[in-house]
Design a protein around this ligand. Sequence first.
Ligand code: ADP
Ligand code: MG
Length: 269
Amino acid sequence: MSDPTRPKGPKIIAVANQKGGVGKTTTAINVAAALVEEGKAVLIVDIDPQGNASTGLGVEAEQRTKTTYDLLLDEAPLDEIIRRTDIDGLMIAPGTTDLSSADIEMVSNEKRSFLLHDALRQPAIDAYGFDFVLIDCPPSLNLLTVNAMVAAHSVLVPLQSEFFALEGLSQLMLTIRELRQTANPELRIEGVVLTMTDRRNNLSQQVENDARAHLGDLVFKTVIPRNVRVSEAPSYAMPVLDYDPLSKGAQAYRALAREMLGSTVQVTA
Ligand code: ADP
Ligand code: MG
């Protein structure tokens, strides 16, 4: 159902952090699943050559005939790429290993930073009635991630609760600031979400305290605890919300989605 108060077209959110293994893909999949539980229609756009979001939602590599690689290189329109998942209301534009060369192939295009922006604004997207598009970015600040942040209304930043977590963040914030001055003046920061937290662990708590001290309200109240069910879910090709709906991980992602939708629900883990 489309919401008459929302501006036309979906809200596009890039899930980005140039560090690998911080929870980008996990966050993209599970925030998407939680938004679907809230009645929203969601598209995940996988632009990571590793294609983990695609695998994690049951789209195996051999089934990925048309992917975001074709979309970026203008070799196939959006509606040929988008596919259903097992979850009603959740669709995916799968990624592929070919994306690792897309960077180089895109460089010569004078619109190179706007390829995803333009692709996601193809009129065909209106027919799906998406409320949200979540772009799962590669672990790099390369041209793919720049495309995501130029296409997006906001950036959602997962921050793993470990030593040096904040170091890489300044580079990401700098890139966002640069894009705001150039290609995407409206780009906002959706928020920073602490992932894999363990409040019994002093270091994890210290990272959270530092993040809140430095970034203030940019940090979501909800934190995502380290939870083994979260890491098991992708091998069953399911979001943790479906794999183990009552797990701490599932509950935290539901709380995060609600916080994003504006109703603040705090989860203490
Ligand atoms: P990225 O996309 O940033 O590289 P992933 O989302 O793939 O990171 O997460 C990296 C690894 O950590 C994966 O194996 C994932 O299953 C695991 N993981 C992510 N979040 C959690 C969590 N809250 N609890 C336990 N394991 C997690
Ligand atoms: Mg990933």
